[in-house]
Design a protein around this ligand. Sequence first.
Ligand SMILES: Nc1ncnc2c1ncn2[C@@H]1O[C@H](COP(=O)(O)OP(=O)(O)OP(=O)(O)O)[C@@H](O)[C@H]1O
Length: 260
Amino acid sequence: MDESGPLLRARELCVAFGGLQVLNRVSVDVPQAGVLGVIGPNGAGKTTLFNTVCGFVRPESGSILFDGKPLRPRPHRLTRLGIARTLQGLGLFPHLSVLENVIAGASHLVRTGAVAAMLASPWAERREHRVRDRAMEVLETLGIAADAHRVCASLPYGIRKRVALGRALISEPRLLMLDEPAAGLSATETTELAGILRGLRERTAVMLVEHHMEFVMNLCDELVVLDFGEVIAHGTPGATRADPAVQRAYLGETVGVADA
Ligand SMILES: Nc1ncnc2c1ncn2[C@@H]1O[C@H](COP(=O)(O)OP(=O)(O)OP(=O)(O)O)[C@@H](O)[C@H]1O
């Protein structure tokens, strides 16, 4: 474990779709702890950066180091590496309960071999109990333990969004990546989410892409601002908000007050 440098280091990432250069030599460091926000106007390349780190998009050039080692991300292998993510589409199993959905995020821990399953090995059973207990702890942290046995499809969007977060958290990731975590939430839910994420930041690094400026400004320790696929600013929320290049990118919008 390399704790001297950033947890994730992306260098000079270039991504093009057809003739369109969507990321142009983008470099980002995610510190070992704290919340890094990636912001920028529509079409700036935020989701593409997120998808490149998660392995959904392959860069033409550039490199990513995670914990000091080269990361060639494949989405289904991320959890094992210590990276968990939530996407804009929640991707929950609508007919399973909240608890079952969260446990699904720990499938790499509960995978039981066919023989062990047939013999109902005590070892496998103990492991499944541990995962279940851990899932309940996660639901407590998220304030939705009372909904553990409710079917996801019957729940309001704000709760389902927390379930998706719980499914990411159960793997106890070192890096939690969130794509628009506040989208679609009420003002109260957004404030509560910021509180939950603040509570995580001592032990988990968070990288989030978000449009909701007030949420980002209040929560993030650092911001990276993208515009037309390039990093135009990087620093504390206060410094980036005051940066003339950021003001120009958001021309016509008030950075730090209204939603972008
Ligand atoms: N799969 C794709 N094929 C072609 N073009 C794409 C693809 N994905 C994104 N783009 C284009 O890349 C550019 C950056 O898109 P991206 O979604 O990364 O921006 P964004 O900053 O996340 O925008 P938004 O805030 O609107 O979600 C946009 O011009 C978009 O139309």
